[in-house]
Design a protein around this ligand. Structure first.
Ligand SMILES: C[S@@+](CC[C@H](N)C(=O)[O-])C[C@H]1O[C@@H](n2cnc3c(N)ncnc32)[C@H](O)[C@@H]1O
Length: 346
């Protein structure tokens, strides 16, 4: 069992960083949440993402991709990182004229199988090498393993995972030097006793992928905010789990059986992209989608609903109403519209 192996690792080497715990709980080939089991990001799974809400998410991103192709020319590819079911890549490629060669990088076997079935023309690769085109990652950064620190006076203490008779617990230990450097730079204003997720791996991942991008853009979409705006979520930190579309158990309670996620610190993401040489735009999902035409699409759909009602086309009216709801959901200012988008251009 995954829990037994985590306890064994703790017994042999002492408490483990929360990032190590997350790596095992989410990605261990012998029981990690994403590595095993069924597809997690669909209606039957534990959480629902923008591409699963509506193909209009991918259609809108396709307009951005087409503009990038106009800017940097060919050769030009589309790459999706952590593509889940393949819904985003499918909708994006269907709306892109002419199509572009497509690639997908996914850590989850169930997601790889779903992408192969949904987007058979996309090549699934283990890791990315140099690319010209657009790289998209929707809700991937929030699942990247992070360390935890807590503010005690003017110091940081690192919360590591230890084992007790009653299960796994967090203990406060001397922090690792790179964890302190990150926390000092990106934690933002933190109350006494406040917890911060130290998203070192996400930063390294962003830097590395911006470096691989020869020309074009990387689009990073997720929940979270700038360090300053995360302040009011800080007293207990933002680590959480989801199960069956609701908040799930404590992240330590059932490793391998739940998603573990957190708000992305976009100040650190933006800095990593800039350090690697990208020009960066940071905006809200509703603003990004409206900039690329979703607001106009919604207005046209609302008009079509009225026309269908006037003409007595009841089935059309119902279908169009569903599409209106989908677009409204993607743009909802306190829901998906409140997600953040980072556009990294080179
Ligand atoms: C929350 S799901 C989102 C799936 C999809 N992007 C969507 O929006 O529906 C996160 C996905 O990212 C994948 N993932 C996490 N880290 C990754 C990495 N470093 N490279 C590739 N895939 C990764 C996971 O396996 C999982 O399928």
């Amino acid at each position: 069992m995954l829990l037994d192996r985590i306890v064994e690792e703790i017994h042999s080497g002492g408490p483990i960083g929360f990032d190590r715990f997350m790596e095992i709980a989410l990605y261990d080939p012998g029981g990690g949440y994403f590595a095993t089991g069924t597809l997690r990001s669909d209606r039957a799974g534990d959480f629902l993402t923008s591409p699963e809400v509506s193909p209009m998410f991918g259609e809108t991103i396709a307009r951005f991709v087409a503009a990038e192709r106009g800017r940097v020319g060919v050769p030009f590819s589309v790459v999706e990182m952590g593509g889940g079911s393949g819904s985003l890549l499918r909708a994006l490629l269907d709306a892109l004229d002419p199509r572009a060669p497509a690639f997908a990088v996914e850590r989850s076997k169930a997601a790889q199988a779903s992408i192969s079935a949904t987007v058979p023309e996309a090549e699934i690769i283990d890791e990315l090498s140099d690319v010209r085109g657009v790289i998209v990652a929707n809700e991937v950064l929030d699942n990247m393993p992070a360390a935890l620190v807590v503010r005690r006076g003017s110091e940081w203490w690192e919360r590591r995972v230890a084992g007790t008779e009653s299960g796994l617990v967090l203990v406060e230990t001397e922090p690792r030097p790179d964890v302190v450097v990150w926390a000092d730079r990106f934690a933002g204003p933190i109350p006494e006793g406040g917890q911060v997720e130290v998203q070192l791996q996400a930063g390294t991942w962003v830097r590395c992928h911006v470096e691989l991008l020869q020309a074009g853009a990387m689009l990073l979409i997720d929940y979270g905010d700038s360090a300053e705006n995360l302040e009011n979520r800080r007293s207990e930190g933002t680590v959480r789990t989801y199960r069956k579309h609701h908040l799930g158990p404590d992240p330590l309670a059932e490793p391998g059986a739940t998603d573990i996620t957190m708000d992305v610190n976009f100040s650190a993401v933006v800095a990593a992209a800039e350090d690697a040489g990208a020009g960066v735009e940071f905006l809200r999902q509703d603003d990004f989608l409206n900039e690329w035409g979703l607001g106009e699409r919604l207005a046209a759909l609302r008009h079509d609903v009225v026309v269908a009602a006037r003409d007595g086309r009841t089935m059309d009216q119902l279908k169009l109403k569903n599409r209106v709801i989908e677009a409204e959901t993607l743009l909802h200012p306190r829901g998906l519209g409140d997600f953040r988008v980072v556009v990294c251009r080179k």
